[in-house]
Design a protein around this ligand. Structure first.
Ligand SMILES: [Fe+2]
Length: 293
């Protein structure tokens, strides 16, 4: 059974416990989520002018399209206003600013039957916990423009408690940062970088797809098996996501049950506290930073 909570008044502690058990939480747009969407639109509309961003793929050649994204995405990700608005969203949704840590928000695009590599990669079924995320990680996801069932994410809840054979044993976050990420902008048409993936056939249906208006916020455990649905909508999907942990969970080792992740290393060094943007204590990060065996 997959429970989906809409605009739940539940406390953050109770919410995390339910998320670690596989539930999904959906919130109507908040003041800060709308401001983040407006900011993303402003940057995207400038970058793709005179084209409407979801339609720009029909007007630009592949390399030109990728060049725009190669500039737009890091501008959004690293902009102080993006981090400030994420802190606002977490506060809107009742997270404790002293215990909650977030990673910078990513701006994602998924083109419709166009490019599928590097900066426009569609993610095959995966858990974020195959990519060195802690088991306590929560993912926040919001659409920037209207979305439909043909261009959102799909969850495969049957696998939340059931392991999948996968290649996460070959993934170490520190190695990925050193070698993988920097080449993404050079990959226009084909994807050659090794990413953790399922090594068995999966029953991907029935799946769960959540459609909210722009700025609606979907929250799920980083251990959920999820897929980017092949986009057949005719329009590029623009979305924002960011990762969140609660320090008490990191310290106590709370989180979803690990059913199949064998990666090493940790992304925890990237997280910043909501109240003052301080990182997690180095020794806590080090405790998670395992090395390939
Ligand atoms: Fe993911």
């Amino acid at each position: 059974m997959t429970v989906v909570h809409f605009d739940s008044p539940m406390s953050d502690d109770d919410r995390r416990a339910r998320l670690f058990a596989g539930d999904l939480f959906v919130y109507s747009p908040t003041p800060h989520s709308m401001a983040l969407v407006a900011f993303a639109r402003e940057l995207a509309e400038q970058a793709f002018a005179p084209h409407f961003p979801p339609d720009a793929q029909h007007h630009l050649a592949g390399p030109d399209y990728v060049r725009v994204l190669a500039d737009l995405k890091p501008t959004f990700i690293n902009h102080p206003r993006s981090a400030e608005l994420v802190r606002g969203i977490l506060t809107d949704l009742g997270a404790d600013p002293e215990q909650t840590y977030f990673d910078v928000p990513r701006l994602r695009t998924m083109t419709s039957e166009y490019l599928n590599a590097g900066l426009t990669l569609q993610f095959a079924p995966h858990r974020d916990t195959w990519f060195s995320a802690p088991m306590s990680q929560l993912n926040f996801w919001l659409p920037v423009y209207e979305v439909a069932e043909s261009n959102v994410m799909a969850f495969h809840p049957n696998y939340f408690a059931t392991g999948v054979r996968n290649s996460s044993r070959n993934y170490n976050y520190a190695e990925w940062v050193a070698h993988g990420r920097t080449v993404a902008a050079q990959q226009v048409y084909t994807e050659t970088r090794e990413q953790p993936r399922a090594e068995q056939d999966l029953e991907l249906e029935p799946d769960v797809r959540i459609i909210t208006p722009p700025g609606g916020v979907l929250v799920f455990s980083g251990a959920q098996l999820h897929t980017t649905v092949p986009n057949t909508s005719g329009r590029t999907r623009f979305s924002i996501d960011f990762r969140v942990v609660n320090r008490r969970d990191v310290e106590s080792g709370s989180g979803a049950r690990n059913v199949d992740s064998e990666c090493t290393g940790t992304t925890l060094g990237d997280f910043r506290r909501v109240s003052d943007q301080a990182p997690l204590p180095a020794e806590l990060v080090r405790a998670y930073d395992t090395v390939p065996g």
